[in-house]
Design a protein around this ligand. Structure first.
Ligand code: CA
Length: 235
């Protein structure tokens, strides 16, 4: 089996070495860089299965680096490392296209679990890419979703979603007309327990709704009070 290559971008030597040691022990091939510019060079030269990216870096910040990466590359999973811990901070980082967010100080087991989850998602995505274009399209009401290109259209109108928003929408469509509670959504879309923080589900539903609910279109995501959410045609 091919070893997954991970780019670790972290300027704190102690943390960088811990990550390198533990990830290598788990069987990953690790390259570590300690500054933003160097990281962008390493990113362009390498072929990475995953990037662990500290937000506070010398040179260019982790968020700016992420923005540059996402201009041309929507697929390489990026997990952000940061000292900030509020839900809003998590969401702002995720909004730039990070796949996940890890707050420092972290438990190494937590990092390893999230790395595994992100790589698992990537494998599912690659499996979907091997299907023909017609099989690829997921349709619901006037929504069309292409998992291969990660494009979403409502009628002919393109909807630009971040990776996590996209995963959330795909999960809702796959389980259309079923009422889903927040824990179910959290587990399916985030791939692990986000520390019981189901707020993040509400925040993301709000984001996806805002992008999807066009003024002349009926709503598709409905709140079921006291339970969760359901994707269904408006009545
Ligand atoms: Ca740092």
């Amino acid at each position: 089996m091919k070893m997954n290559s991970i780019l670790v971008v972290e300027d704190e030597d102690k943390i960088a070495r811990l990550l390198e040691l533990e990830l290598e022990y788990e069987g990953y091939k690790v390259t570590k860089v300690m500054d933003g510019f160097e990281a962008f060079e390493a990113y362009k030269k390498g072929n990475w299965d995953l990037i662990l990216l500290d937000v506070m870096l010398p040179g260019i910040s982790g968020i700016e680096l992420l923005r540059r990466i996402r201009l041309n590359d929507k697929h390489t999973p990026v997990l952000l490392l940061t000292a900030k811990s509020s839900v809003e901070d998590k969401v702002s980082g995720l909004d730039y296209g990070a796949n996940d967010y890890i707050t420092k100080p972290f438990q190494i087991e937590e990092v390893l679990a999230r790395v595994r989850a992100a790589l698992r998602m990537k494998t599912v995505e690659q499996a979907n890419q091997n299907q023909s274009p017609e099989e690829d399209l997921i349709k619901f009401a006037d929504l069309k979703v292409n998992p291969k290109t990660r494009e979403v259209f409502r009628d002919e109108e393109a909807i630009d979603l971040t990776p996590r928003e996209f995963d959330l929408l795909v999960y809702l469509i796959t389980n259309k007309r079923q009422v889903l509670n927040r824990d179910q959504i959290l587990e399916a879309v985030w791939g692990y327990d986000f520390f019981g923080d189901t707020n993040v589900v509400d925040v993301y539903i709000r984001y996806v709704r805002k992008k999807m609910e066009l003024p002349n279109k009926p709503p598709l995501i409905h709140t079921v009070r006291g339970v969760g959410y359901v994707l269904k045609e408006a009545k």
